[in-house]
Design a protein around this ligand. Structure first.
Ligand SMILES: [Zn+2]
Ligand SMILES: [Zn+2]
Length: 261
């Protein structure tokens, strides 16, 4: 399994990167490449096209319907509808139940011809795995002001052929039991840390570096990639806060970076 960072800036697209979007790829036993996009935040659909032809996507999964996680579904919908021969109506797009309505609202002020895009929609349900080729995605409810899901994504290992690996992705969340399930014993934990200790005191929205580090330590995650830092954060402050709570390897997500599992 390979994780590629399409976008990682928190809460909006930033000068260095689009907002949240992650590409996961792996090959099945016949050698066929499978590609999943987790989240399609503001600005992400541009660089996505340089990483994978959109018609080669096998699945799109949305953690929640804040624009920094779903706004560029509009680009995918336009591509699917107008690119000659795109034929993407069978593309599964999973998210909260409001996903088609949100897409219709974002597109051309409720363009009556759009109807929320011509996709095969599905909804997450707590602990119910969704299979996509050799991938299996299991969603868990997170703690955020709107319905938000985090995921355990299981699939074949690139580093250890024949073995399965698990990637955890938190979406946006504060500390909550679902976060512990996503972080538990994963090979790589992709975790948000939008807030800074002492600066952002409101609870129930985001993790701080310290709370992200605590979740990684309690779950015994083997590697951590910290993401969703807004452009006004000092990444070093977040990185140090994570490292005070977690003593494994920690990386800061960067646009275009890839990680093999
Ligand atoms: Zn966000
Ligand atoms: Zn959010």
């Amino acid at each position: 399994m390979r994780l590629v960072i399409i976008g990682c800036t928190g809460s909006l697209a930033g000068p260095e990167s689009p907002a949240s979007s992650y590409l996961l790829q792996t090959r099945d036993s016949d050698g066929r490449l499978w590609s999943i996009a987790l989240d399609l935040g503001s600005g992400a659909f541009g660089p996505l096209q340089a990483m994978v032809p959109p018609e080669a996507l096998d699945f799109v999964g949305l953690s929640h319907l804040h624009p920094d996680h779903c706004a560029d579904l509009t680009g995918l919908a336009v591509y699917a509808k107008y690119r000659p021969g795109a034929a993407m109506s069978s593309l599964p797009v999973y998210g909260p139940a409001d996903t088609p309505r949100q897409l219709a609202a974002l597109q051309y002020a409720h363009d009556p011809t759009s109807e929320g895009g011509d996709f095969h929609y599905g909804w997450w349900s707590e602990g119910q795995p969704v299979g996509i080729g050799p991938f299996e995605i299991t969603p868990y409810q997170m703690l955020h002001p709107v319905e938000t899901w985090g995921f355990r994504v299981a699939g074949p290992s690139d580093l250890r052929p024949g073995r399965q690996v698990v990637l955890g992705y938190t979406g946006d969340t504060d500390t909550t039991p679902g976060l512990a399930k996503v972080a538990r014993d994963v090979d790589l934990l992709l975790i948000e840390a939008a807030f800074e200790e002492g600066r952002d005191v409101v609870r129930g929205i985001h993790l701080t570096g310290q709370r992200a580090g605590e979740a990684a330590a309690e779950g015994q995650a083997r590697r951590v990639v910290v993401t969703h830092l807004p452009p006004w954060n000092d990444p070093e402050i977040t990185l140090n806060a994570v490292r005070q709570a977690y003593d494994g390897p920690v990386y800061l997500a960067r646009r275009g970076a890839s990680y093999q599992l």
